[in-house]
Design a protein around this ligand. Sequence first.
Ligand code: GLC
Length: 402
Amino acid sequence: MSIKILYLSPSSQLGGAERSLIDNIFALRQQLPLAELSIIITAAHGDLASELETLGVQVFLVPLPAQISKLGDSSFKLQNIIANLWQLLIASSELFKYWRNLQQIINKINPDLIDSNGFKTHLLVTSLNVSCPIIWRLRDFISSRSLMKKLLALVKNKVALAIANSEATKDDWHSVFPQLPIKVIYNVVDITRFTPLPDSKPTMSIDHADLIKVGLVATYARWKGQEIFLQAIADLAQQQPLLITKARFYIVGGAIYETDRSQYSRSELIQLAQDLNIENWVEFIDFRTDIESIYNSLDIVVHASTKPEPFGRTIVEAMACEKAVIVANAGGAAELFTPNQDAIGVAPGNPQALAEAIRDLIASPEQRLAIGQAARKTVIKRFNRDRLGAELVSMYSSLIVC
Ligand code: GLC
């Protein structure tokens, strides 16, 4: 079957949403080597574009005007609207020109199906004149996004199918749009790439062979909980001054998205570490495309999101590498593991609970090993990329036929 599928992504950086998109496209390529795949990325060139090009995807970079990409929901809170009025006016005239351009590109591609990966592209594509079926990937919760919720309500009827990354995401969207057809497809990982590499040398930045290395891997979106992690380290430093000398802590990631206000900056996090007097225990490391070598250099991986996590891709990636993962146990993240068997669950937003879980795992190499081994088995059973291709082909074909 030769079909033309057009993907849309609001970001060209490699966050969880984009890494999941790559897995989708990879799996589909395996099944349909002749499919004509293209993507419109509404951002400047980045790692996503390069990775997709190597999979034979035609990439169209159509960056949103800067005034628009910087707007997040918070820009539309009343006090911010007034402060940003001028900016919003300029943004709307730019948006009009942008829309026309996008419409022309889509007409030219003339896809059989469109698969959109983020809020901004959901909105853009459904507000255009498009005749093929449209899929929305639901990767984040909608109920707390006051503006986005209202905007998407205007266009939701144009969506043929929505695919949620977890039951929690599906339930959240259904609470806002009860009629939206939603199917859950869990994210998958490449278990040959995310695999334990016992002999691998520590990555150039994560060294300290003799210490237990504990790391949080996430974008700098505020709700990813870097602050909770830092507070937990401070708590440990106070309560367990001896134990902490055996450990080293890492915050891996960066402010990769363009939305203002909702992300930490590196300097803000460093300042926080200094204020808590733990700057000597913590290192900051940039995201890298070979993220698997980062997991392999760590002993304990921490997920500390303060809000329920829609899925939590890094949890599964780290589990696949046989790491002991501590998970903020809420939302879709709670669907990924069995507490105390293949990962440890803690209450989100609670630095003391996190400190205790880190302390227990630092103290017990046996527990780290047992949990890590069980974790990989879970990933092989439930989140293996091999299963995805066939599932996608059958879903896409059912939509294109009707
Ligand atoms: C979004 C979600 C995250 C999920 C990723 C992939 O980034 O916030 O929980 O893992 O999408 O679906």
